[in-house]
Design a protein around this ligand. Structure first.
Ligand code: SF4
Ligand code: SF4
Length: 324
């Protein structure tokens, strides 16, 4: 896959600095039971990159030392990692809220029979991708049978109390557009999802997060192959809203890759754009550096893909920014 980084590096995106440490987002491995067409990680069942125990120990130390409120686990399918449950326990024992970025179908895989119950027992917030509420669209993007599996997994989570009124088990869904367009307005689409999923499947959930597709990895390659890259960048730039800048997620987050290296966000991680190293002793910033420096106030590494975070209503791992 040809890197799109050379097309993004020359940028006029406004400079940003980190303001706080709220969320530690960790990619604990690239292996996934699916291989979705829009995946910005390029995950699939054949990927072998998985985080080691040493780095899991470092995460626990960092959570002890720094004021992160949330540990946001991503992949691949994070639940596939054999250290996933211990890591969740290590965080919750320290009072840190855990988010599991779950593709839903993983909960139905052999060996994962107790995972949904485990998530409920530890009050893990489930953020689940469901790119549409119709079978055809989901299967086109994620593969045959994925919609049906997703619905079954959502029913399982609902039965445990997830997404139900009055329950403290949070189930949020993620929508991303099928092609080279901006997501629709989040509130209106959430109302559509709630109505359709309730009427047809009896499914309840808390919030819908709409996320803009980033012009990187598989989606970036698709844009280049179909000669839509420049038009998509124009779309992002012409919809840039400066009001979104204070709320972009890199201002309050640190992203960690499966080897423990640090980035300003998951997208920079996928582009192999490491965090600036000026606060750290030497070499590439790593989890262990967070034991000696908090990286607050540090400049964030920006490039043209950052317009994907500020276009329209804005976009982050928690959905549109305008509602923040
Ligand atoms: S489920 Fe998520 S991590 Fe897995 S291939 Fe699809 S988008 Fe990528
Ligand atoms: S792409 Fe990353 S670095 Fe750029 S604005 Fe978005 S969160 Fe920040």
């Amino acid at each position: 896959m040809k890197s799109v980084l050379p097309l993004l590096e020359k940028t006029d995106f406004p400079p940003l600095r980190r303001a706080s440490l709220d969320t530690l987002q960790v990619n604990i491995g690239y292996r996934c039971n699916l291989s979705c067409s829009h995946c910005h990680v390029g995950s699939s069942p054949s990927r072998t990159e998985m985080m080691t125990d040493d780095n899991f120990d470092l995460i626990a130390e960092v959570l002890e030392k720094r004021p992160f409120k949330t540990l946001d686990l991503t992949g691949g399918a994070p639940e596939i990692h054999e250290g996933f449950k211990d890591l969740v326990r290590a965080a919750t024992e320290r009072g840190v809220h855990v988010i599991d970025r779950c593709n839903l179908t993983i909960l139905l895989e052999p060996g994962q029979e107790d995972t949904a119950q485990f998530l409920a027992d530890h009050k893990v917030e489930v953020v689940a991708s469901l790119p549409c509420y119709s079978l055809d669209n989901v299967d086109a993007q994620r593969g045959d049978g994925v919609f049906e599996g997703s619905i079954e997994a959502l029913k399982r989570l609902n039965a445990l109390g997830y997404g139900q009124a009055g329950s403290d088990l949070v189930l949020n869904l993620v929508y991303n557009p099928q092609g080279a367009s901006l997501p629709p307005e989040q509130g209106a689409l959430e109302a559509d999802y709630k109505r359709e999923l309730r009427e047809h499947f009896g499914i309840e959930f808390d919030q819908l997060f709409t996320i803009t597709n980033m012009p990187i990895k598989r989606f970036g390659s698709m844009l280049r192959a179909t000669e839509q890259f420049d038009a998509y960048m124009d779309l992002l730039k012409s919809n840039h809203s400066a009001a979104n800048l204070p709320h972009v997620m890199c201002r309050s987050q640190v992203s960690v890759d499966w080897q423990g290296y640090l980035y300003d966000c998951d997208f920079n991680q996928m582009l192999e754009l490491p965090m600036a190293s000026q606060e750290f002793s030497e070499g590439r910033p790593h989890l262990r550096d967070l034991l000696t420096s908090d990286a607050v106030g540090q400049p964030i590494v920006v490039a043209d893909h950052c317009y994907g975070c500020t276009a329209g209503s804005g976009s982050s791992c928690g959905g549109a920014l305008e509602s923040h």
